[in-house]
Design a protein. Structure first.
Lengths: 252, 289
């Protein structure tokens, strides 16, 4: 076993003794010195999660969060030095973390926060000008066959909980009371330099999900009952979510 | 008096004070255009596709020299370098054309796991070969020399056969890399390992200094109840570190100096005041040389 292997293993598992071959110049117990590295690793990774999941921290409190995140860190060290990506499956972990079971919506709030971080750092794309969108949609005889290209930051989430309301209630200094039900669908997207989060209807969710899959306007409409098309398109245009319109390849 | 670094080091930060750039300072910087020599960012924070981080760094880069400081390359790691990570660094360097790129004499990855800390190395011939090989690889991939930062450490290895400054001198000589002299790390390590900071400083390859870091430390105690200093970048720069900085400048002449603050970040004005203090010492050093 290599030296760094033993060192790394002992860093992440506090039950392991500190690795052999370590010394302190003043003769102090190396364990007390090794503890600095252990604390740095654990503390910095917990901090990275706290940065990425601020509403989860607010919902369960700092102390509970750090204990929960500590368990996660010890089972799931980062796989990359890019800390913005760390904790990608933290929501799945929370879902199965027994002590958090009394907060059933916690995992979905974590999912929403993950999408928020992803939207924040997603690729840039120039939104299509409103006049051009309107002109293309109203003039083209093939409008129904158009495919709508959405901004790379756009994300969707379906939840049995009022996940958007819960998230929104924690964006201010003084949390607002909220109802955990009914179910909500979330739309997350970056508009200019700001990430926006909306609750959307089941129909709008189905429609945008179909567009994201590359289906044409007509097919996406068919996939979603009770869709107010005009209102939905107007919303997407207003929030700069449409980056291009492409004619579907129609076979002869 | 040693000469200031040569252009061959590819380090052209001005010999002035700079600050670490945090996202909470973007708008303030663009609005007030503070009189600073440069900004420094952690490379890994900008390894994202798009969004506000690139938007603001792009605007600030147009107005200030930039130092790109890596914290995740694991140059001292036993395994091979993460080639994808080197490519991400190359892309950032291409995009922002920083005046300086620096990394640490440490390891932070093992196997697939990234440990998010700068971990200590046993200083022996095998480690020396490996570190030099990794630095050669990075420098040839990035087509530029890097600055290597001396570490802050809390323990040492029985297996070490080389002294830390001697190890660093050999790396600089063999790879042609420069030195990022972290004065706080010198002080922290010397207290933790019962060494004389001035003697340590004199043993470093100061002629290759391309940048200086100044930061604050936290104090702990070890099992003997003795002072154990932690390099946490979370406090004002200690008086002893300012004193050591003066001694360093006497030896290097004026060199670009970064005030590092990553935790308990105070008000912007407080950071600017520390930068001004460094700038005064830099001017004095310039007048002497």
């Amino acid at each position: 076993m290599s030296d760094q292997h033993a060192f790394a293993a002992a860093l992440l598992d506090p039950r392991k003794a500190c690795p052999p071959g370590l010394i302190s110049a003043n003769g102090a117990d190396p364990e007390s010195r090794f503890a600095v590295y252990r604390n740095n690793v654990l503390g910095s990774l917990i901090n990275a999660l706290a940065d990425n999941y601020p509403v989860v921290v607010q919902l369960v409190g700092e102390e509970f969060f750090r204990a929960m995140a500590g368990v996660y860190v010890q089972s799931t060290a980062p796989r990359s030095p890019v800390m913005n990506d760390y904790g990608e499956d933290f929501a799945e972990f929370i879902e199965h973390f027994e002590p958090a079971a009394s907060v059933p919506y916690l995992a979905d709030v974590a999912r929403l926060e993950r999408l928020h971080v992803q939207a924040w750092h997603a690729a840039d794309a120039e939104p299509m000008a409103e006049e051009r969108i309107v002109a293309t949609l109203s003039s083209s005889t093939l409008a129904g066959h158009l495919k709508i290209g959405l901004h790379p930051s756009l994300r969707l989430l379906q939840s049995p909980f009022a996940v958007v309301t819960i998230w929104s209630a924690h964006q201010h200094q003084t949390p607002v009371p909220f109802e955990a039900f009914p179910a909500q669908n979330a739309l997350v997207l970056r508009n200019g330099l700001d990430v926006e989060v909306f609750a959307i209807s089941h129909a709008v969710h189905g429609f945008i999900a179909a567009l994201q899959q590359g289906l044409s306007l007509t097919t996406a409409m068919e996939a979603s009952n009770d869709l107010d098309l005009e209102h939905t398109l107007a919303g997407l245009i207003r929030h700069q979510a449409i980056i291009h319109l492409l004619a579907e390849q129609v076979s002869p | 008096m040693l000469k200031t670094p040569s252009l061959a080091l590819d380090s052209r930060l001005p010999p002035r004070a700079g600050l670490g750039l945090k996202s909470e300072h973007f708008r303030e910087v663009l609005l007030t255009r503070p009189d600073l020599g440069f900004f420094e960012v952690h490379a890994e924070n900008y390894m994202v596709a798009g969004g506000p981080l690139h938007h603001f760094l792009g605007q600030i880069r147009e107005q200030y020299p930039l130092s790109l400081h890596g914290v995740g390359l694991s140059i001292g790691g036993e395994g091979p370098l993460d080639v994808a990570h080197v490519q991400r660094l190359a892309a950032l360097i291409e995009r922002y054309q920083p005046q300086s790129f620096s990394e640490h004499l440490a390891w932070s990855s093992h196997g697939p796991a990234f440990l998010n800390d700068l971990l200590p190395l046993a200083y022996d011939e095998a480690t020396l070969d490996r570190v030099c090989q990794h630095i050669d690889q990075v420098q040839s991939s990035l087509k530029r020399a890097l600055l290597l930062e001396n570490p802050a450490t809390y323990l040492a290895f029985e297996a070490s056969t080389l002294d830390e400054p001697d190890f660093i001198s050999q790396v600089v000589r063999r790879t042609g890399c420069g030195l990022l002299l972290d004065v706080n790390n010198v002080y922290v390590s010397c207290v933790n390992h019962c060494r004389d900071p001035l003697a340590y400083l004199d043993a470093l390859p100061l002629h290759a200094t391309g940048e200086i870091h100044l930061a604050g430390f936290a104090e702990d105690i070890d099992s003997l109840g003795e002072r154990l200093l932690i390099d946490n970048h979370g406090a004002p720069i200690d008086h002893a570190v300012w004193q050591l900085y003066l001694k360093a400048l006497e030896r290097t002449g004026p060199v670009a100096t970064l005030i590092e603050r990553d935790n308990h970040v105070p008000a912007w004005e407080v950071l600017l005041a520390e930068a001004r203090q460094a700038e005064q010492l830099l001017s004095a050093a310039g007048a002497r040389s």
